[in-house]
Design a protein around this ligand. Structure first.
Ligand code: C5P
Length: 402
């Protein structure tokens, strides 16, 4: 990244855990404030052994949340609210202890409770003694956290405060700042790129008044189109019939059937990014010209396969968008099915979710996804579909920034 990042209006919840490197969190606060971000700090009991609440408070120009967080304070600013009123949670230094708590899902102090309660992205800058870093327990905890989508920066290698040498040093505050800026993706990160997004269900007519359809609301696809547009992409949203407003700054093409959707996607090419979120009907029937009558007896339909838009576009060869993302709505073996689907369809990523009725995801306001890439799979915590969209758009932007 060139120059100082602009983080105007971004809200960071900084968790300062215990460790000799805690003092570097003060420098990070200064850099974040300078970049325009607001910083709320949480000082763990261990962190308070290394830096004082007073100095943290002075740099944040806000109160510091400590273990002394009382019930009165909790009623003013609940744990959940505190953990969700930020754009990003940052843990500096990420001690072996806090990594273990996060991996195990412990919630026995304010910091670990916030980390468990949040639906926002989390960035950890690990720092600890080299032997602690290389211990099998820490290695397993790091793998668990990475698998859950926790972002990491560092550690660096070098001489340590304890006199040893090796990996375990906290990344430099300027590097942590760059990692924060990369995650928060300032507007414009996708400027100059064209994204095609499909959304909603398709309707496959049976006769002039009836059709085959599914329960997709289009909320997730529309939210993704909006998030990509906010990052500066030129977005073409190809939508089946939905009851949603057009997202701002997005060109919307309305279609009904899968075949119309495919034709609209082809017409919208070339694109750099394709996100196929629509719940496309797999089959259509040749519709009757006149309304079917009950008296005419039980109708029999021949089902014909619809074009598989995701697969067709993934297989385009030279004209293929650089990043093709498919969705997988599954009711069983989500991880396994999604991984197989990624290969079968030839796409880059699969966003999978469990759409069993009791999850309330299909047609609901929230989503809990598994992102399957070539590198493996990550589970993202349940969050509003808009938040999932923002996070997916940021991840897409990171591919184009690379
Ligand atoms: O095969 P399945 O329908 O489970 O795959 C889901 C993914 O494929 C979604 O991304 C969906 O938008 C896409 N798809 C498509 N065209 C179809 C069927 C599915 O683009 N005809």
């Amino acid at each position: 990244m060139s120059g100082a990042p602009d983080l105007t209006g971004k809200r960071i919840l900084l968790i300062i855990a215990g460790g000799i490197a805690a003092y570097k969190a003060l420098e990070l606060i200064r850099l974040l404030r300078q970049a325009g971000a607001s910083v709320r700090a949480v000082l763990t009991r261990g962190g308070a052994e290394f830096v004082t609440a007073l100095s943290v408070q002075a740099l944040c120009e806000d109160r510091v949340y400590t273990e002394l967080f009382s019930l009165t304070e909790a009623s003013e600013m609940g744990h959940i609210q505190l953990s969700r009123s930020a754009d990003l949670l940052v843990v500096v230094p990420g001690s072996a202890d806090i990594l273990a708590k996060m991996a195990a899902g412990l919630a026995d102090d304010l910091a670990s409770t916030l980390l468990l309660a949040t639906d926002k992205p989390v960035l950890v800058a690990p720092a600890m003694n080299v032997r602690m870093w290389q211990h099998a327990a820490t290695i397993a905890n790091m793998a668990t956290l990475r698998g859950r989508g926790v972002e990491m920066v560092g550690p660096d290698e070098g001489p340590m405060a304890c006199g040893e040498f090796g990996p375990g040093r906290l990344a430099e505050p300027t590097v942590i700042l760059s990692a924060i800026a990369a995650l928060l993706r300032p507007a414009g990160a996708l400027a100059g790129y064209h994204a095609v997004v499909t959304s909603g269900p398709t309707h496959e007519p049976i006769d002039p008044v009836r059709y085959l359809a599914n329960r997709s609301s289009g909320r997730q696809g529309h939210a993704i189109a909006a998030s990509l547009a906010r990052l500066g992409a030129r977005v073409t949203l190809i939508s089946g019939p939905v009851f949603l407003a057009d997202p701002p700054g997005v060109a919307v093409v309305r279609v009904e059937t899968a075949r119309e959707m495919f034709a609209a996607v082809q017409a919208a090419m070339p694109a750099d990014i394709a996100v196929f979120c629509a719940a496309v009907a797999d089959w259509h029937v040749v519709p009757r010209d006149t309304k079917l009558k009950k008296a005419a007896g039980m109708p029999v339909f021949d089902l014909h396969e619809n074009p598989d838009i995701l697969r067709e576009i993934s297989m385009l060869g030279a004209a293929r968008p650089r990043l093709v993302i498919g969705f997988a709505a599954e009711t069983e073996d989500v991880a396994e099915q999604a991984a197989q689907k990624r290969v079968r369809k030839g796409c880059d990523w699969i966003v999978a979710n469990d759409v069993r009725e009791e999850t309330g995801i299909m047609g609901g306001a929230e989503n809990e996804i598994m992102l399957v890439t070539e590198a493996g799979s990550e589970i993202w915590p349940r969050a509003p579909k808009e938040a999932v969209a923002d996070r997916l758009a940021a991840r897409i932007a990171s591919v184009f920034a690379a």
